[in-house]
Design a protein around this ligand. Structure first.
Ligand SMILES: [Zn+2]
Length: 333
């Protein structure tokens, strides 16, 4: 058993309380390799933004859980070395799908876990979430739960259709499970293809897809039921057109990739939404930079020469999200 407190990590409780009061949101960036982690930490240290490092089950399988935990521990020290005196870094399990997985992460130094039982019937979701909460809270580890179903594909999580969260269920769910935050479904979606062309309209000038707006009425109703309770948005990448264009220009093929417009996320960040998950955007930035270098310099075979530019582009993306979308800069001196 390793406590996250020994690793210099923090749970989400104080982060979220401050974010709701301050009208901003904490970035939750997924990572599974060194370059991504370096970019996240550099961007957070430079902007003094609290940050949630997210590890999905797939990332855990890809990178090895022992290595990931030491990487997170190293990230705290790296942040200090970069001049961030009191780094506010949380290590969070994204989409935990069983009690055993959540327990293993708690025992292994994670400061926060998500139990996603949203695909189960309501009462079973409550029972499993409650079991995880009871275990995690003994070690002061915070728990995120989910009500409602997001569309899209993310590692092992996928659903063809979304079901909005029912506002009339949230009080009962939060009270009976004791969860610390709640991921809701209001039209965000996992992956780089958040909407089909049929769900969108097309901008007549650019020919690009314009996605349907998020269901802010559902968010408002949830907030009315649970005033001041931390709300989480998954699947909130914006799929920046510049990265999609770069990928397509240099031999890739991502036709009609579409995400959530940033102005909608800015609006959400000002509300009780205090954690916004961003994964696909950094995958796109990484891939765009690698494709560009390899296309322009076919003789290049030193991975540092293409992973380096990929890291730089991700760092730029993370800073942009922190400063211009979430507003979390300067919130953790
Ligand atoms: Zn998710």
């Amino acid at each position: 058993m390793v406590s996250y407190k020994e690793l210099g990590l923090v749970n989400t409780r104080e982060m979220f309380a401050k974010a709701i009061k301050g009208g901003y949101a904490i970035p939750a960036f997924n990572f599974n390799n060194m370059e991504q982690l370096q970019a996240i930490i550099k961007a957070s240290a430079e902007t003094k933004s609290p940050v949630i490092l997210q590890v999905s089950k797939g990332a855990r399988n890809y990178a090895n859980q022992t290595l990931l935990r030491y990487m997170a521990q190293g990230a705290v020290e790296y942040a200090k070395e970069l001049g961030w005196e009191h780094p506010q870094i949380c290590l969070h399990l994204d989409h935990g799908d069983s009690f055993e997985l959540c327990k293993s992460c708690v025992d292994f130094g994670f400061s926060s876990v998500m139990i996603d039982a949203s695909s189960l019937p309501y009462e079973e979701n409550i029972a499993l979430t409650k079991k995880v909460v009871e275990y995690a809270h003994q070690f002061d580890v915070t728990v995120e739960a989910e009500l409602g179903v997001l569309a899209g594909v993310e590692d092992e999580v996928s659903s063809a259709v979304s079901h909005y969260t029912k506002p009339e269920e949230v009080v009962d769910f939060a009270t009976r499970t004791g969860c610390d935050s709640l991921a809701i479904s209001i039209g965000t979606s996992h992956g780089a293809y958040k909407f089909t062309p049929e769900q969108c309209t097309r901008d007549p000038k650019t020919g690009r897809l314009v996605p349907p707006p998020l269901a802010f009425d559902v968010l408002d109703a949830v907030m009315e039921q649970l005033p001041g309770f931390p709300i989480v948005l998954h699947g909130s990448s914006s799929v920046p057109q510049e990265y999609v264009d770069m990928i397509n220009q240099y031999g890739g093929k991502l036709p009609d990739a579409v995400g959530i417009p940033e102005e909608q996320l800015r609006k959400a960040a000002k509300s009780a939404v205090c954690k916004i998950n961003i994964d696909s955007d950094s995958r796109l930035a990484f891939t765009a930079a690698v494709r560009k270098v390899l296309a322009e310099k076919p003789g290049e075979f030193d991975p540092r020469k293409y992973c380096g530019p990929a890291r730089d582009l991700m760092e730029e993306l993370y800073k942009h999200k922190i400063i211009n979308v979430l507003g979390s800069d300067g919130k953790a001196e």
